[in-house]
Design a protein around this ligand. Sequence first.
Ligand code: PNW
Length: 471
Amino acid sequence: TTRDLTPDRLDLPADFAWGVATAAYQIEGAVAEGGRGPSIWDTFVREPGRIFHGETADVTVDHYHRWADDLDLMAELGIPAYRLSLSWARLQPTGRGALNPEGVAFYRALLEGCHARGIQPYVTLYHWDLPQALQDEGGWPARETAYRFGEYAALVADALGDLAEHWITINEPVCASFLSYSWGMQAPGHTDDTEATRAAHHLLLAHGLALAAFRERRPAVKLGITNLISNLNPASDSEADAAATRIADIRFNRIFLEPVYHGSYGEDVARVFGMHGITVDETDDGLVRRGDLAVISAPTDFAGVNHYTNTLIAADPESPTGTRMTQVEPTPTTFDWSDTPDALRDVLLRVSREFTPLPLYVTENGATFADYPTHDGRVHDPERVHYLAGYTRACADAVAAGADVRGYFAWSFLDNFEWSWGYSMRFGLVYVDYPSLARIPKDSAYWYRDFIAAQTAEADKARVTDAAAAV
Ligand code: PNW
């Protein structure tokens, strides 16, 4: 199908936050500079066979040294909002004790640099880079890690809490628990379901403790947690496929949504925990302690939704998980993920109808395509333009259908270290030429610039002019 991709004005409020997103470990590099301590990812990338081509993120796109140029480029593209994450190991090298002053200085300069350019920062406290010292003491399967995170959050609230209005506690607890401790795909690369389930609860507890720490110190800021929410549907109308879909939905989505927004693990989630011999009844010595759910479900100000996949689920007794998953067509991306924007609309509507009436932010959405520079110094990525045009419109469709969506952040600003895929998967609107590290905006970056300008034509013109004058 052809679609007119000329950006036009969507029916959304003028203050809708259009942004781009990144994460510290994927872009900063400088892993042994500025007093930073090692994180579980520094360890993981050094283990043979973990990362495509054995690549590391020791340098990645060198944002630690190039941040000012990167923010200049963001301002030139007229991008009004930027979601970034703080490296826990840069701020608190061993995961306990006073903050590292060089780390604080780096992030203060970065956040002040956003404001100087008229860019609103949205800050994530944890995007997977646990200090190695805390993994050595048990990592997320250990309850103490949640308390360390609460202390870290309190120190960050004091040191940096004046520099952003929106704070996200944890990015995608499903990845930091199941992908990391059960599926072995992400650091620390363990394959133990019980560990993963314990990690899941402790990540939620860590969210709640960080929320309380910020509330006490920074009553004016807006807080939320970001969950990865896949659109899951049965592959057929058979009862077996419907049952398999319900189980997948519990494992991927409901484990993390119910405790935060409903204040309890529901019966279905309890059954899945039970498969690992774990009870979710609150007790004095079990995984879920008395009072945990009150901490986890304390009110937030918004809900973060990361959305990538649109999955059909079939029961498959032959497979170890009992399910077979395929993505809904078309799947033009290098990861074989879909370009089906109605999935984003459906996920947003589901979260708002089933889980929370809070404002929603799409804190990540994007795709990877095999795109390469052409000889004219431009990078043509028509598939990404098509993807962005559809998924931004899906936000307006969700609002029209009743969801309170307030922002959309494209993943990612720059090509970067795509975790276990190393540099082989490019999600950026801006191309990075390895190893020169030159930044070249792709056609999608220019499309997004024009799209954003079209959303806020008058207000935006004034803002871009101010920012250009300030640079
Ligand atoms: C997100 N899935 O992770 C992360 O937040 C980013 O750091 C990452 O670079 C980006 O997506 C692209 O992969 C995901 O299994 C992990 O559907 C898993 C899935 C999707 C996104």
